[in-house]
Design a protein around this ligand. Structure first.
Ligand code: SF4
Ligand code: SF4
Length: 530
């Protein structure tokens, strides 16, 4: 019982890390003091660092913190998964409700299944080698940031606003909660109501991951996580190891049953060190204080340290996780099967003319390689203009940010997305440069545009256009009106050389449904307004 406190200390650290993560998610608001901090969590992923560097054909220094995690894992084992990883914390929380404590998987399947995460890792890296950035879709840190930014935060933002909308008009109560509401709107709540297009598709992946725990606790971490695979390789050499005092152990198997990673076997005495995430749950479970964690030589191997037996303790190191030849072959075969699917979409990229990327984005193919699909830019955008793509930009573009002007526009005096992007997929822009940064070109749909189609005056798009000399101009012409006659009216057209594609015209266009002015990528074929 005396070692139990380590479980609670570890749990407290996990909660603190989760709060730090949430704090960074909610605080991407104007003004941003230090953009580097907002991307800190994805930068901790060595898996993302390696895959993104391979895909982008450049060593990305942004991921140096991931190397620090690797070094710490070599010293202390796979502690990251039970303390820092926000997806691990989310799974631990949901496992309390949905997970089976005793595995529903047969032991031999459970043992063989551990190798799958190495196959996932190999697939992710081979795809990166082929220039396909799939790591960001499945990496636990980009996945967490994406889910919390585009699903969890908007949900609680709406809920809080709804609650205050109900409370504020109540006499007496309204005055009491008013200051709290003011404080929250100044610090945490979003300026606008926010909803993300494709939020369901983002959430789906997390729901699947959480439901996997129906078969085993932390199923994702045990069998599928590619970052977990890397850390298991390092953790196998970690020096901080579970040690069992054979004289105190009564073989009750409580530790084996309670281990969230299934890392204990051999009647409670042996540990698969690469799988142990140092959650200290076994310390809590053992009623006989037979378990402790000690520094042990990383090169210890075999069934128990013979020398440790002299001091009545057993540190079994029965397996060291490694990428097997089978994992390499299976990973390579799976990658070769997947590449054509991604390439098919790559060949169609030219058709994605309505996929408007954030300002400062790298050229499309470089952007797809560097973007880790973390959603930081989407959360930061104050007009809710940036949304996760699903299949609109092909399989390779899944979860990459796209600007949907009908929902929000790129604000003239804003560079937030360029500040928070952790990889440089969106280059940092200074405010002065922003005004001339082109992200697309507007064009009119004459059969929808009020002056063109109905012969009635409308100047909304010209009025809202933020470019200094206005990208929308008029020429007066005689056009047929709805009554069958003709009328003199000012017809709008776009000066394509000046238009920056910010999308505010499309957003504010008063035509119901689809706007009569739309934005496309500049290189796309843009129908002339005549
Ligand atoms: S620069 Fe534009 S797209 Fe980026 S966050 Fe600001 S308004 Fe949104
Ligand atoms: S472009 Fe957006 S989603 Fe992609 S890495 Fe940068 S911040 Fe994350």
């Amino acid at each position: 019982m005396k070692h139990r406190r380590w479980f609670y200390i570890r749990a407290a650290v996990q909660v603190c890390c989760w709060f730090a993560f949430i704090t960074l998610v909610v605080s991407t608001r104007d003004p941003i003091e230090d953009g580097y901090l907002y991307g800190l969590f994805p930068r901790l992923s060595l898996h993302l660092g390696i895959a993104t560097s391979i895909a982008a054909r450049a060593v990305l220094a942004a991921f140096l913190p991931g190397l620090a995690v690797l070094a710490l894992s070599l010293a202390f084992g796979r502690f990251f998964c039970s303390t820092v990883c926000p997806l691990g914390a989310t799974i631990d929380a949901s496992d309390k409700i949905i997970a089976r404590r005793k595995g529903a998987l047969k032991p031999e399947i459970a043992r063989a299944g551990r190798g799958i995460k190495y196959i996932v890792l190999v697939v992710s890296l081979i795809l990166a080698l082929a220039g396909v950035q799939a790591a960001g879709i499945i990496d636990p840190l980009s996945l967490s940031l994406r889910v919390y930014s585009t699903v969890v935060y908007p949900f609680f933002d709406h809920l809080a606003k709804l609650a205050f909308d109900g409370l504020l008009p109540i006499p007496g109560l309204g005055a009491a909660v008013g200051p709290l509401y003011g404080f929250l709107t100044d610090t945490v709540l979003d300026f606008n109501p926010i909803v993300f297009h494709n939020a369901g598709a983002v959430m789906l992946l997390l729901i699947l991951i959480l439901l996997l725990s129906l078969w085993a606790r932390r199923f994702w971490c045990r069998y599928l996580c590619p970052l977990g695979a890397l850390l298991a390789l390092a953790g196998g050499f970690g020096m901080l190891r579970r040690t069992v005092d054979a004289l105190k152990c009564v073989n009750c198997l409580r530790c084996e049953r309670d281990c969230r990673m299934g890392a204990i076997h051999d009647r409670g005495l042996a540990t698969i060190h690469g799988e142990c995430v140092q959650c200290f749950e076994c310390l809590k479970s053992c009623e006989h204080d037979a378990i402790s964690f000690h520094a042990v030589s990383p090169f210890a191997s075999g069934r128990a340290d013979a020398t440790a037996a002299e001091s009545s303790s057993i540190t079994a190191v029965p397996e060291r996780p490694a990428i097997s030849r089978r994992a390499l072959i299976a990973g390579t075969a799976a990658s070769l099967a997947l590449i054509p699917g991604f390439r098919l979409n790559a060949a169609r990229r030219a058709d994605f003319s309505e996929i408007i990327r954030p300002p400062g984005s790298l050229p499309e193919h470089e952007f797809l390689d560097a973007c880790i699909r973390c959603g930081a830019c989407m959360k930061a955008c104050p007009t809710n203009a940036l949304h996760p793509s699903f299949l609109e930009s092909g399989l390779e573009g899944v979860y990459t940010p796209r600007l949907i002007p009908r929902i929000g526009w790129c604000e003239k005096n804003c560079v937030l997305c360029t500040e928070v992007c952790p990889t440089g997929a969106i280059k940092k822009l200074r405010m002065g440069d922003k005004e001339t940064t082109v992200i697309g070109t507007a064009y009119f749909l004459k059969d929808l545009c009020i002056p063109w189609a109905e012969g009635r005056e409308c100047v909304v798009c010209e009025e809202v256009c933020p470019t200094l000399t206005k990208s929308i101009k008029f020429r007066e012409e005689t056009v047929p009106n709805k009554k069958g006659g003709s009328v003199r009216v000012k017809l709008p057209y776009v000066l394509e050389d000046i238009c920056i594609g910010c999308g505010i015209c499309e957003n504010k266009c008063p035509v119901r449904g689809s706007a009569a002015i739309r934005v496309r990528t500049r290189k796309a074929e843009v129908p002339s307004a005549g």
